[in-house]
Design a protein around this ligand. Structure first.
Ligand code: PEP
Length: 251
């Protein structure tokens, strides 16, 4: 069955103390969510925040990245096994900031998806086009290429564990949201692409989140779209009140 999910990507924000405070406020304000609530704090906070999240049903811990190798001499990196060992059940992969600043390619991301799944983490796999691609109306093909290159080698069983997050880069952190129609158009095209590869039943069960300046004001309209199954939230996930409203907008 398709799951509704709201995931908060804190990026490189909040000290441990601030993160604990935010998590407590989130747990306090969100009761009986209609779907899963995923929190992705910085690496240093995972264990502490995971412990808090585990006290309430429907709350899950995510990392923001993991290394593609199982273990070894990769100074400064963290493995999928390590993330599982501190309580993560999800990992965000392919965020546009990782693609842009850390030069993560589709091939590297395919390797990260593989190791995550092999170790029991569910990837929240990000895709999305830059502004110039949107302006030339080639965004559907651009996103299809990202998905094919990093996900479509998976078996059906593996693919069913993946959550897709469509995040148009021009909307991330810019205050410029995709309209609900733009989001729906892309989400439908992603679902159709998945149906072509894995069949209609799998496509129907695939969770596709929207991300990009989703906030307390626009979440309900975005989530009301038939192919939008929740959101990956950046800035607005740092305020418990706003995050709670967004979770409350799940259908
Ligand atoms: C993100 O970085 O995943 C994101 C959606 O950010 P924001 O909500 O701040 O645009």
């Amino acid at each position: 069955m398709r799951q509704q999910i709201v995931a908060g990507n804190w990026k490189m924000n909040k000290t441990l103390e601030e993160g604990v405070e935010l998590t407590k406020a989130i747990l306090d304000k969100i009761n009986q969510p209609k779907g899963l609530v995923v929190v992705a704090p910085p690496l240093t906070h995972l264990q502490e925040i995971g412990r808090l999240l585990s006290t309430k049903k429907s709350f899950h811990l995510s990392a923001q990245n993991c290394h593609q190798e199982e273990k070894g001499a990769y100074t400064g990196e963290v493995s999928a096994d390590m993330l599982v060992s501190v309580g993560c059940s999800f990992v965000i992969l392919g965020h546009s900031e990782r693609r842009q600043y850390f030069k993560e390619s589709n091939a590297t991301l395919a390797a990260k998806v593989n190791i995550s799944l092999a170790k029991g983490l569910r990837p929240i796999f990000c895709c999305g086009e830059p502004l110039n691609i949107r302006e030339t109306e080639t965004h559907v093909a651009y996103v299809a290429k990202q998905l094919k290159a990093s996900l479509f080698h998976l078996s059906e069983t593996e693919f069913r564990k993946v959550v897709i997050a469509y995040e148009p880069i021009w909307a991330i952190g810019t205050g410029k949201t995709a309209s609900s129609l733009q989001a729906q158009e892309m989400h439908k095209s992603i679902r159709d692409l998945v149906a072509k590869k894995y069949g209609k039943a799998v496509a129907n069960d695939t969770t596709i989140l929207y991300g990009g300046s989703c906030n307390a004001q626009n979440a309900a309209e975005l989530f009301a779209q038939p192919d939008v199954d929740g959101g990956l939230i950046g800035g607005a996930s740092l305020k418990a009140d706003d995050f709670a409203v967004i979770v409350g907008a799940l259908k």
